[in-house]
Design a protein around this ligand. Sequence first.
Ligand code: I3P
Length: 128
Amino acid sequence: SSPDSEGCTPELEKAGLLNKTKIAEGGRKLRKNWSPSWVVLVGNSLVFFKDPKSQTPSSWKPGNSRPESSVDLRGAQIHWANELSSKKNVFKLRTVTGNEFLLQSETDSLIKEWYKTIQNVIDRLDRE
Ligand code: I3P
């Protein structure tokens, strides 16, 4: 494990480019607006960055680029949701606060990895 694993800097679990749209805010439905997002899973949070051009390994680090938004995965739910889009490989992420996101990739293996990794974090937090 890294020197930080026992310290105060959460470990980076995964980062990559996904298509994203928010579809609800606090339970209120929003109009879809798909856009590419640099997504970083770190600690208990999924963090979204607007600029897909800053995809260097260090670009997620605090100070290097400002997140567009972030999602607390504690109590969140994840479901495959291909019925919610004409796109393939779509899953829905719902937070305890009633924010809902669709995440999508054209690459089957990639979206499956994200699904599995996020589900694992949610399960771990559920057991705490
Ligand atoms: C939406 C846009 C989205 C589409 C959505 C449309 O139109 O085409 O890409 O979602 O479908 O309403 P607009 O740009 O005019 O807002 P998908 O790509 O996920 O299918 P929907 O309303 O059936 O969800």
